[in-house]
Design a protein around this ligand. Structure first.
Ligand code: ATP
Length: 445
């Protein structure tokens, strides 16, 4: 993880928030490469959910919601973590994340000092809206995006004439006052989620739940993620949220071990029943195709962390490969094996020399490619070094312009993973790259 954190900073993926002031815990900034990667992951998910599914539409609800929302959802009452402090070293822990024997003996796992009693700590950030800081003005930063979907479910049925089964997808920020924020961007206080809530008829929920588990697994397969680093974890009776009928997590083998990446949950009719009760509005679905049958839909949720997906993709792509055996520093290269559709830069254009018109020709070719791809241009230093820089940033294709390019219009196309080079005609370059992206299969570990 240290290597990934340091590469992320060095290459402009992720910086510590407010670093010049010593950093802000639980918050991170996405640099020029990081925002491109995050955007591409978000776009890929969005396309998967909306463009490729006729029965799913999008939404962008506000972060600030009516405070009753969080009473209805159960967050005010139940969204708590058990907290213990060490009286001696002042370290703070989630009671469910330290060894049971330490908890039983009230012994700090770090210094052996005495632990406080366990107390409940609500994870929602609370603030005030308007000038008065009284209890009537309390408002929360949303701890999940899902509730914005539930409260809009009737609006969307009416405005877009949706019929059950259908889904609503949303990507957005969420905030949780996490007690322990470690492991880089894995668990942060400010993060982004990609959630899809699928509304189904009661009785069909078990089948739809199975269907969504299959679809979400296939999604990661399509992204070229190492499938032996993914596994399912079913929530046992002790873990299952009070509203859930069944729940599975997709876990990824991060450098610190297996951890949750995404949850697929059968949330029953809990959410819409509670919002009916708290809002006084009738949230039943009326099935016009079936004698106006009325029911509260069940909800199948797929809930993934976008920022956690960024970390997963970085970990999954990271590789160190021996490419020579000469006893030199550059016998090894660091390479990020991103799927080409996720890479922040798709094509780097590199003139072999700056002189003799090669730089101008390269700029011209870059201009052409820019219309279709995210490009970079680099004319500084030895060509081998420039390739390494692009490998480290995960750029899947480099186009090198040399003297032959001036003579016959051909260029060298170099592939990041195999380091193989082929000659391609300038006129065919864009088509060839598009084809390579479409047909990309990860061949290296
Ligand atoms: P955990 O048990 O890890 O706290 P959770 O079960 O509370 O997570 P959910 O409420 O199911 O998580 O949230 C759905 C997804 O949102 C998670 O799978 C994860 O990818 C992401 N997520 C949740 N909390 C955070 C966080 N603090 N930082 C980054 N991503 C998060």
């Amino acid at each position: 993880m240290e290597k990934i954190t340091s590469l992320a900073k060095r290459r402009g993926f992720v910086f510590q928030s407010s670093e010049i002031y010593g950093g802000q815990n639980g918050a991170w900034d996405y640099g020029p490469m990081g925002i491109e990667l995050k955007n591409r992951i978000a776009q890929t998910w969005w396309k998967e959910m909306t463009q490729l599914h006729d029965d799913i539409v999008g939404l962008d609800a506000a972060i600030l919601m009516h405070p009753r929302t969080w009473e209805a959802s159960g967050h005010v009452e139940n969204f708590t973590d058990p907290l213990v402090d060490c009286k001696k070293c002042k370290a703070r822990f989630r009671a469910d994340q330290i060894p049971e024997e330490n908890l039983a003996a009230k012994k700090c796992p770090e210094c052996g000092g005495e632990l406080t009693d366990t107390r409940k700590f609500n994870l929602m950030f609370k603030t005030h809206i308007g000038p008065a800081e009284d209890s009537a003005s309390i408002i929360y930063l949303r701890p999940e995006t899902a509730q914005g979907i539930y409260v809009n479910y009737k609006n969307i049925i009416q405005s877009n004439r949706m019929k059950i089964p259908f889904g609503i997808a949303q990507i957005g920020k969420a905030f949780r006052n996490e007690i322990v924020t470690k492991n880089f961007i894995f668990r942060t206080c400010e993060f982004e989620q990609m959630e899809m809530q699928f509304f189904v008829k009661p009785g069909t929920d078990v089948e739809w739940f199975g269907e969504w588990r299959k679809r979400r697994w296939a999604y990661y397969e399509k992204l070229g993620v190492k499938m032996d680093h993914l596994r399912w974890h079913q929530h046992g009776p002790g873990e299952l949220a009070h509203y859930a009928k069944d729940a599975y997590d997709i876990e990824y083998l991060f450098p610190m071990g297996w951890r949750e990446l995404e949850g697929v949950h059968n949330r029953s009719d809990y959410d819409l029943s509670r919002h009916t009760q708290y809002s006084g509005k009738d949230l039943q679905y009326i099935d016009q195709d079936n004698s106006a049958e009325r029911y509260i839909p069940y909800i199948i949720e797929t809930s993934a962390g976008l920022t956690r997906n960024v970390l997963m993709i970085l970990c999954d792509a990271y590789d160190e490969e021996q490419v020579a055996d000469k006893g030199n520093d550059d016998d090894w290269r660091t390479v990020l094996r991103f799927h080409p559709s996720l890479a922040p830069v798709t094509v780097a254009v590199l003139p072999l020399m700056k002189k003799d018109g090669l730089a101008e020709l390269a700029q011209d070719i870059r201009r052409e490619l820019k219309e279709d791809f995210a490009t970079d241009y680099d004319q500084g230093g030895a060509i081998g070094r420039r390739y390494r820089r692009q490998d480290e940033a995960g750029t899947p294709f480099c186009v090198t312009i040399d003297y032959e390019s001036k003579d016959n219009g051909s260029v060298t196309l170099r592939f990041r993973d195999s380091m193989e080079q082929v000659r391609v005609n300038r006129a065919e370059l864009a088509v060839r790259i598009r084809k390579e992206i479409k047909e990309y299969k990860r061949t290296k570990p």
